[in-house]
Design a protein around this ligand. Sequence first.
Ligand SMILES: *[C@@H]1O[C@H](CO)[C@@H](O)[C@H](O)[C@H]1NC(C)=O
Ligand SMILES: *[C@@H]1O[C@H](CO)[C@@H](O)[C@H](O)[C@H]1NC(C)=O
Ligand SMILES: *[C@@H]1O[C@H](CO)[C@@H](O)[C@H](O)[C@H]1NC(C)=O
Ligand SMILES: *[C@@H]1O[C@H](CO)[C@@H](O)[C@H](O)[C@H]1NC(C)=O
Length: 280
Amino acid sequence: MACQLKTLLMLLVFLLISNLQHCVNGRPQVPCLFIFGDSLSDNGNNNNLVTMAKVNYQPYGIDFPAGPTGRFTNGRNIGDIIAELLGFENYIPAFATAPKGFEILRGVNYASGSAGIRNESGQHLTLYRYGARKVVLYGLGQLGSIPAVLSLCGIISSSCEDSLNKVVQLFNDRLISLVADLNKNLWKAKFILVNTTSMEYASSTFQGSTVTNASCCELLGFGQFQCSPSGYVCHNRSQYMFWDAVHPTEAAYEFYMGRAYRAQSPTDAYPFDISYLAKL
Ligand SMILES: *[C@@H]1O[C@H](CO)[C@@H](O)[C@H](O)[C@H]1NC(C)=O
Ligand SMILES: *[C@@H]1O[C@H](CO)[C@@H](O)[C@H](O)[C@H]1NC(C)=O
Ligand SMILES: *[C@@H]1O[C@H](CO)[C@@H](O)[C@H](O)[C@H]1NC(C)=O
Ligand SMILES: *[C@@H]1O[C@H](CO)[C@@H](O)[C@H](O)[C@H]1NC(C)=O
């Protein structure tokens, strides 16, 4: 009897492990993931470009297994976390690493630090022509409230934070009607908009503890955005919203992307969240 029970227990443990393996190795919720964006998703595309916007040096990547890879944060970034949430086994490779063959069919990350809104990058209709049917857009964050701007605003005027956030809101409000139009006019395509502002309002506590809006790392200098290669780095990084003067920490990205994937407030994503989009 005891022996039988032991066998059963071992069997259960085995099944659990094989189920877990099945989860990890299972098919992702969507066949492929293509990432377009700026430094919030860049995973090394800028490393060999002639640009100031590159961060393949310490302390960037201090919490990333491969160290400083060109990700503009301490650990995983938006593109990495969303790939994980969608069940991909690996992160989506950077365009700069020249993915080949079948690898390309699974997705490519084209994000490049300091990329901006330009006519040349307004490619959503082209993407549609190539077969993209599920598109996630991210609204702008409260640019007036990032450490880089706050320190400059301190010198300029106390209302510059608010006026910058108002401009962000104007832009985001127009995105709603853009998404509504695209959903109406592009046959069988579904677009959603992630409302970063909605999450920022809820962000002063996450993971059950109070967080600060200050930068975690010591900056290159006043008015500089990036971490100093030899500077101080905060230890309790999960209690910081910002890694450097511009970019959120991995902990903040987890908070934002968790809510983008599964909304916790009706304003987090419009018209629905990423988990719902993936199932359509
Ligand atoms: C971008 O495109 C719009 C619409 O075609 C045009 O009005 C605008 O001047 C263009 N902007 C630039 C910077 O080329
Ligand atoms: C985003 O969320 C904020 C805060 O909840 C809300 O005021 C705003 O209307 C929302 N914007 C969009 C575009 O949904
Ligand atoms: C951080 O900034 C956000 C967005 O402006 C704000 O809502 C939040 O209250 C701030 N948190 C702290 C701790 O100051
Ligand atoms: C942890 O981070 C907070 C900011 O939220 C800071 O005020 C506090 O001093 C830090 N604690 C330690 C032990 O470093």
